[in-house]
Design a protein around this ligand. Structure first.
Ligand SMILES: C[S@@+](CC[C@H](N)C(=O)[O-])C[C@H]1O[C@@H](n2cnc3c(N)ncnc32)[C@H](O)[C@@H]1O
Length: 369
């Protein structure tokens, strides 16, 4: 059985022991191990949405973990084309092609990858995806700038703890220093004050997680949140001043914005903040938005342990969801101290701050209400 047949036969995770024994009857033990690793990484790629069509691709574990999710890579490639349709593009540090495969759908360009093993997989992946015309080079991309008019890079972290630009490779400062138009995929935890003046910044979320911050130079200083929809569309919300704090009352809905909207300070529903240090918004009941998870507030109460026990006795939630924002508590530890509910249906104990005070919000998710 070759790799493609193996992936087609086992499209979902399986125990590998028996499969490994079968493969070793047909292949050398080294090749059988490679096949199993490629099969496992294929399952990961599908789960992570790491590549649009991963069936024929070759993966390398670290490069796969670092790789872009394809809907995000697609959005970026399209935006790059929209902003700079004609410019000669160089991708510095292409890995195994998470971005290259989407860039290749929009334009011709050159991709550089300094690690030889990865570069071979990159070439393979481009070829089997029908993009053999992408020029792939080895070595340091920063030394291959002749004729280049536009740069894309998704720098890798040199060391797991590093939080500075120079801990990234290629180094964003070196790239911005070239003075060429540039799109860099960076960590959403970046320090915005260290970005070039006037760049545009996109915070992008996927599967409920803010996955990346994309910096565009030159730009006009816009900061936006991008939210991937299940149907493939993107929603965009722009940074705006924080809305004022308002009084939270039972019956109102509290909204927890998507993480990209929080990072972008996009305040994606019309409402007031419940606390000036938090990104939680309160609205009248019935406000629904794809940008937020909403909670109908049934009661606002003291959040000491004794009172939490009383609240759970009163509402008898089962299942009970415990959430926290701006509140030091270990939800699973707290759960052990609360009575187990039976008949109250699903409910949420939201431990947070309201107008500077620690409070417990007894809530239901509106669909459960
Ligand atoms: C985060 S990975 C890129 C992942 C890729 N965007 C994807 O989605 O699959 C960064 C890659 O840049 C390569 N790299 C780092 N500095 C480089 C340089 N100066 N020239 C060429 N490649 C470089 C690393 O070897 C690594 O494979």
């Amino acid at each position: 059985m070759d790799l493609i047949q193996l992936r087609q036969t086992y499209p979902r995770p399986q125990p590998l022991l028996v499969l490994g024994q079968q493969l070793r009857k047909q292949h050398s033990s080294e090749h059988a191990i490679w096949l199993l690793q490629q099969l496992e990484m294929y399952w990961d790629a599908l789960r992570l949405e790491a590549f649009r069509q991963p069936l024929h691709l070759h993966f390398e574990s670290q490069a796969l973990q670092m790789g872009s999710r394809w809907p995000l890579a697609e959005r970026r490639a399209r935006e790059l084309f929209k902003r700079f349709p004609q410019a000669r593009l160089l991708e510095i540090g292409a890995g195994i092609g998470g971005d290259s495969l989407e860039l290749a759908r929009t334009r011709e360009f050159r991709a550089v990858e300094q690690e030889d093993g990865r570069r071979l997989y990159l070439e393979h992946n481009l070829r089997v995806s029908g993009f053999a015309r992408v020029e792939v080079c080895g070595g340091d991309g920063l030394n291959q700038l002749e004729g280049v008019q536009l740069i894309y890079a998704d720098p890798a972290r040199r060391n797991a703890k590093g939080r500075q630009w120079h801990d990234l490779s290629p180094d964003p400062l070196a790239l911005w220093g070239l003075g060429l138009p540039c799109c860099l995929k960076l960590s959403p935890g970046l320090d915005e004050s260290a970005l070039p003046t006037g760049c545009d910044l996109d915070y992008v979320s996927h599967q409920g997680v803010c996955k990346e911050a994309v910096a565009w130079t030159p730009g006009s200083g816009k900061v936006r949140a991008h939210l991937h929809q299940p149907n493939g569309d993107w929603l965009v919300a722009e940074r705006r001043p924080a809305p004022p704090c308002i009084d939270l009352l039972p019956g109102m809905w509290v909204h927890e914005p998507d993480p990209a909207a929080i990072r972008a300070q996009a305040w994606p529903v019309e409402g007031g903040r419940i606390d000036e240090s938090l990104a939680l918004l309160a609205t009248p009941p019935g406000v629904v938005s794809p940008w937020t998870q909403a909670f109908e507030v049934l009661e606002i109460a003291d959040a000491d342990r004794k009172n939490l026990v009383q609240l759970q006795k009163k509402y008898d939630f089962q299942p009970l969801e415990i959430k926290k924002r701006g509140f030091e508590v270990e939800p699973e530890e707290l759960r052990k101290k609360l009575p187990r509910g039976r008949t109250g249906g699903a409910g949420v104990l939201y431990l947070t701050r309201v107008a500077g005070r620690h409070r417990a919000l007894v809530c239901r998710r509106p669909a459960q209400a």
